[in-house]
Design a binder for this molecule. Structure first.
Ligand SMILES: *[C@@H]1O[C@H](CO)[C@@H](O)[C@H](O)[C@H]1NC(C)=O
Ligand SMILES: *[C@@H]1O[C@H](CO)[C@@H](O)[C@H](O)[C@H]1NC(C)=O
Ligand SMILES: *[C@@H]1O[C@H](CO)[C@@H](O)[C@H](O)[C@H]1NC(C)=O
Ligand SMILES: *[C@@H]1O[C@H](CO)[C@@H](O)[C@H](O)[C@H]1NC(C)=O
Ligand SMILES: *[C@@H]1O[C@H](CO)[C@@H](O)[C@H](O)[C@H]1NC(C)=O
Ligand SMILES: *[C@@H]1O[C@H](CO)[C@@H](O)[C@H](O)[C@H]1NC(C)=O
Ligand SMILES: CC(=O)N[C@H]1CO[C@H](CO)[C@@H](O)[C@@H]1O
Length: 699
């Protein structure tokens, strides 16, 4: 620490520092479009540089570099500067501002005070336009403008490395180059792993598919597969590239092949000159899916139903930029308007950071006649269609388009209704992404009570929002009733089992887990009513009401010396507590079975145990789950809700965690719990929970 007097002497010196709006996130989404096109700039101080685009390499969510040199710009023929990535040599451009919205990350730079640059990363989110939502691609748009009123000659450079093509850096890459002739034309580099391994991952990166880096501009020059330092050096010296097609195919880490464009933007005045780049991952196969016993389909990505070829896809996406911006603005505005009205700017800080991350955990696959939405449980173990991961993510999908919720549940219904899963309770997942090949041997991570409750609650949530909801429930009534039978057996006195918070350990009589089961039974009563099963409805609602009365006796610790009344972590443990996040479902799907007194009790209790950055998940640990905090907040009083939200928003701006927006963090230090670096997970869709219940029952 410098002494204060010395610091004050430094004040007049202008230090090149960026402002961040609404705040500096732990990692900044760059190209975040699906589980494999998923690159970020680490910002949190564990390893990140504080939120600057230049000076460090962009990274895949799992932490390996995906080389993206956002490049070097030469002003009036002067020395090149870098504004993205960490190529050796040039000085970095001064980043003055960064802002994010739901769909965009925008960096603003000043180069020598003469030229300004805005670099926009847009990963489209198109919840109601499945043709566009199916496109595995992302935009980078660079705008350059004069800052000092004079005109300046500007040359711009960008490249990507072959690191995108495989997690195995010793794998050999191949590449080619082309121009799509149809007007408006597009110029592209295509590169890929030579030894294509369909459905195989290496360090979570796909080992199959083509990567395409595209651009179009008058006076464009390029280098395809050249040596990184040579190609960048050529631009630094000359401001142009020599249109080299280097066919010395080699390993990704062998003289790092790069795929580069250089653009002459000409004389730039105060009205901006711009350059658009797109990066696409084109795969012919996306998912393996066991739809019937021992019958596995290999599903193409859904975009193949809408576009006749890879180049058709590239051309459409590139030329759709204007539409993409309009559409992005409408998504940004929708999220901003609704979040601000619900709980203010801190809440918007949270929701807008989650949107791209959550959509990018999904993959639309199949044909236009039959398609599903698949989801990867990123970073915790790579499972797919994990029911207790879909459950926390579900609010985002229901908020944007309830049919996406239906499409996520469908593979689970198809697989289990075909009899592939031997247990009476609901399955936990369908396999390891991208292989939804099921668990015919019954060998899976079992969370029986959790998943039975989740499936029933989510099916009802979908039916309440889609047209034809009653038919939908009728179609699945038999298996839903089977899962409800399990809830009736196990909900009131839950056996020793793990809940979704499996990392926290196994326990009998978990109060919050029991509540999910009981709400599930009442949800099933509503489902029975909707589908004309009046006797079942009466039976189930009676059981649910009996259970909720007993549950209050078993699961509530009365006020004692210094502690307000609260629900316990497990029955008979009065000195424990935990987030009662399953209460949210009672309001969400309108089971309304839990007395208001329980809502009020929890709402009063949480502030008494809050730490600096949030409320701990339970008394076993000091960490918490961000998604579950927001579930709890959604049904709390206005002041308790704000407490949760303001602590989380403060955490986002201050956490030292540097990987994509985690849902698991220490409430005191704000860091990861030891050994639990969750990142980029779909569960952050849960931050949309408040938007499904307005001001909540106590609001
Ligand atoms: C960045 O800002 C600092 C301080 O104003 C200045 O000295 C430096 O020349 C700037 N660099 C560039 C590349 O604009
Ligand atoms: C560049 O970004 C800044 C900050 O977001 C904004 O005020 C400005 O209007 C942008 N300029 C252009 C030309 O888009
Ligand atoms: C998916 O299954 C294929 C075999 O069909 C296998 O080669 C591949 O490694 C599996 N992928 C993952 C991520 O487990
Ligand atoms: C209520 O449902 C349970 C579980 O399906 C069943 O065992 C029981 O017989 C039913 N009771 C009545 C009265 O229908
Ligand atoms: C679970 O709670 C019930 C009711 O209090 C009790 O009878 C039972 O012993 C508890 N089970 C365990 C394993 O603690
Ligand atoms: C089922 O419908 C009946 C008749 O409308 C109603 O009285 C009952 O409350 C409903 N039960 C549930 C659980 O919705
Ligand atoms: C009944 C009860 O919960 N008593 C508690 C009062 O506070 C002390 C100190 O926190 C606990 O040890 C007791 O268990």
């Amino acid at each position: 620490m410098l002494p204060l007097t010395y610091l004050s002497l430094l004040v007049p010196i202008v230090w090149a520092q960026s402002s961040f709006s609404p705040t500096r996130p732990p990692a900044i989404p760059l190209a975040v479009s699906n589980p494999y096109l998923n690159t970020w700039q680490q910002a949190g101080s564990d390893e990140g540089n504080g939120g600057y685009l230049a000076g460090q390499w962009p990274k895949f969510w799992a932490g390996q570099v995906t080389g993206w040199t956002g490049s070097l710009v030469k002003i009036d023929g002067g020395a090149a500067v870098t504004w993205m990535g960490a190529p050796s040599g040039p000085a970095v451009a001064n980043q003055t501002h960064f802002e994010y919205t739901s769909t965009r990350s925008v960096f603003t730079f000043s180069v020598d005070g003469k030229v300004g640059m805005n670099v926009t990363f847009l990963s489209p989110v198109e919840p109601t336009d499945l043709r566009r939502q199916s496109i595995p691609a992302s935009y980078m748009n660079v705008e350059v403008f004069s800052l000092d009123g004079a005109e300046h000659k500007v040359q711009l450079y960008s490249d990507v490395s072959a690191e995108w093509a495989s997690g195995d850096r010793s794998a050999v890459a191949e590449w080619n180059f082309g121009t799509i002739k149809t007007a408006p034309g597009v110029t592209y580099h295509r590169f890929y792993r030579r030894d294509q391994q369909v459905f195989v991952e290496n360090s979570d990166q796909a080992s199959w598919g083509n990567w395409i880096y595209a651009c179009e501009h008058d006076g464009l020059t390029y280098s395809n597969g050249g040596v990184d330092t040579d190609v960048r050096g050529a631009f630094m010296s000359n401001g142009v590239l020599d249109n080299d097609l280097n066919t010395n195919f080699r390993a990704i880490s062998n003289q790092w092949p790069v795929f580069a464009f250089a653009l002459n933007l000409g004389s730039v005045g105060s009205s901006p000159a711009s350059a658009l780049f797109t990066l696409t991952l084109s795969q012919e196969q996306a998912i393996q899916f066991e739809y019937d016993t021992n019958k596995v389909q290999q599903l193409p990505p859904l975009w193949t139903s809408y576009f006749s070829s890879e180049l058709d896809l590239i051309s459409f996406f590139y030329n759709d930029w204007s539409n993409a911006q309009t559409s992005a603005t409408s998504i940004d505005t929708k999220v901003a308007t609704d979040s601000l009205a619900n709980a203010g700017q801190d809440y918007l800080t949270i929701t807008s950071l989650a949107v791209r991350q959550v959509f990018a955990t999904t993959q639309l696959a199949g044909s236009q006649d039959s398609y599903h939405l698949f989801l990867k449980e990123i970073s915790s173990n790579g499972d797919m269609q994990t029911v207790d991961v879909i459950f926390p993510a579900f609010p985002l999908f229901i908020y944007f388009n309830p049919d996406l919720g239906r499409l996520l549940l469908e593979p689970l219904f198809i697989n289990q209704e075909a009899g592939n899963w031997p247990a009476a309770y609901a399955i936990h997942d369908l396999g390891v992404f991208p292989n939804a090949t099921g668990h015919d041997d019954g060998n899976a991570e079992n969370q029986p009570l959790e998943e039975c409750g989740n499936m029933i609650i989510m099916a009802l949530a979908v039916a309440q929002k889609i047209s034809g909801g009653a038919d939908y429930l009728n179609q699945h009534y038999t298996i839903l009733k089977q899962w409800n039978d399990y809830l009736i057996l196990d909900s009131l006195i839950p056996s020793n089992q793990i809940s979704t918070d499996d990392f926290a350990g196994s326990l009998a009589n978990q109060t919050n887990l029991a509540l999910k089961g009981i709400i599930g039974i009442e949800a099933m009563a509503i489902i029975a009513n909707i589908t004309g099963h009046a006797d079942d409805a009466k039976n189930f609602t009676n059981i649910a009401h009996d259970y909720i009365n007993e549950w209050q006796q078993l699961g509530i610790a009365q006020a004692t010396n210094g502690s307000l009344a609260h629900t316990t972590l497990a029955y008979g443990m009065p000195n424990t507590h935990g987030l009662l996040y399953n209460l949210f479902a009672d309001t969400w799907v309108k089971t309304n079975i839990v007395p208001r007194s329980v809502y009020k009790m929890q709402s009063s209790f949480y502030p008494t145990i809050a730490m600096q950055y949030g409320v701990p998940l339970d008394t076993r640990h000091s960490y918490t789950k961000l998604d579950w905090e927001i579930f709890a907040a959604a049904v709390a009083s206005p002041s308790t809700k704000q407490l949760f939200i303001s602590k989380i928003a403060a955490w986002i701006g201050k956490t030292t965690t540097n990987r994509p927006f985690t849902d698991l963090y220490e409430t005191d230090s704000g860091d990861y719990p030891p050994g639990l670096n969750f990142a980029a997970r779909p569960v952050l869709g849960g931050v949309f929970a408040p938007l499904l219940v307005g001001k909540g029952p106590l609001g």
